[in-house]
Design a protein around this ligand. Structure first.
Ligand SMILES: Cc1ncc(COP(=O)(O)O)c(C=O)c1O
Length: 268
């Protein structure tokens, strides 16, 4: 997750340049994030809250916590929302969606906002989307009122954990023999972040992607997931998703990818 020291450095640089007033919010995906599958530690979350407060000199710097994947926690670690570090909602904006925890097509989400933001956010939202689908809101209302969400989330977690394990097992089987390949077990969410040997570029127009596609698999090149400024882009990275395919297809896809990596390395 976000490194507080780097955030501090970035804000300090903006302050020196006289640009601090332009900073309105810090955006985080603290649990099983997209794309890396990483989770912010409680300690780092606390430091980020402190930094946001400290630099709120000209205006309040909000911490926007996008908790889309928080409930897809396969080990039931019961991570509290980042809201727990700012119970009075002084500067925390929590945004959530039922797209991941209930159904992708439901198009209903929710937010917990500091009081001063409720009216302006509702106004802007209404102008952007002309309102969320009414029938879907009734469906979610019934799901929540009857206590069906938790039961559904448990089923989803079992389901996705099998897929995650299929991916991790296949990576162990086919990639652990290739030097300088690394990944970790995210323990939740839908993604595994894969780092390949530095000489490999995973972009769509490069040999690895072409070879993988020819073998019958696809991936998201990692370079799309880096900011324009700051951390240097790592072209040898890939976001793997285990959300949609069956465990058997996931295993087959990882095998195709490993074959492609080996073939690119053999001619590099
Ligand atoms: C971090 C994060 N937030 C939000 C969303 C999308 O949510 P919704 O389907 O409600 O637009 C995604 C979807 O990929 C996501 O990865």
């Amino acid at each position: 997750g976000m490194i507080p020291e780097s955030l501090d450095d970035a804000l300090s640089m903006l302050k020196k340049r006289g640009d601090l007033a332009r900073v309105k919010a810090i955006y985080l995906v603290p649990y099983f994030d997209n794309p890396a599958g990483s989770t912010l530690t409680k300690e780092r979350a606390g430091e980020i809250h402190e930094i946001a407060n400290r630099y709120s000199e000209h205006n309040k710097i909000y911490v926007v916590t996008d908790e889309a994947y928080r409930l897809l926690d396969f080990n039931q670690t019961a991570q509290p929302s980042l809201w727990a570090g700012d119970r009075n909602l002084n500067h925390t904006i929590v945004v959530g969606t039922f797209s991941k925890s209930y159904s992708p097509g439901i198009r209903v989400g929710w937010g917990i906002l500091p009081p001063e933001l409720i009216t302006p956010v509702n106004d802007v939202k209404g102008n952007i989307d002309f309102g969320s689908p009414n029938i879907n809101q009734y469906i979610m209302y019934e799901v929540l009122r009857n206590g069906w969400l938790q039961e559904h989330v448990s089923k989803l977690c079992d389901h996705y954990q099998q897929k995650q394990n299929a991916m991790l097992d296949a990576l162990d089987e086919h990639m652990s023999t290739i030097d300088h390949c690394s990944w970790w077990n995210p323990g939740g969410g839908m993604y595994v972040w894969l780092t390949l040997p530095e000489i490999i570029d995973s972009a769509f127009d490069k040999p690895l992607y072409q070879a993988t596609k020819q073998a019958g698999a696809m991936y998201v090149p990692g370079h799309y997931c880096f900011p324009k400024q700051g951390e240097p882009v790592q072209h040898n990275t890939i976001r793997l998703s285990f959300g949609q395919q069956t465990p058997a297809k996931i295993a087959e896809g990882v095998k195709c990818l490993a074959t492609a990596v080996n073939s690119v390395l053999s001619i590099a």
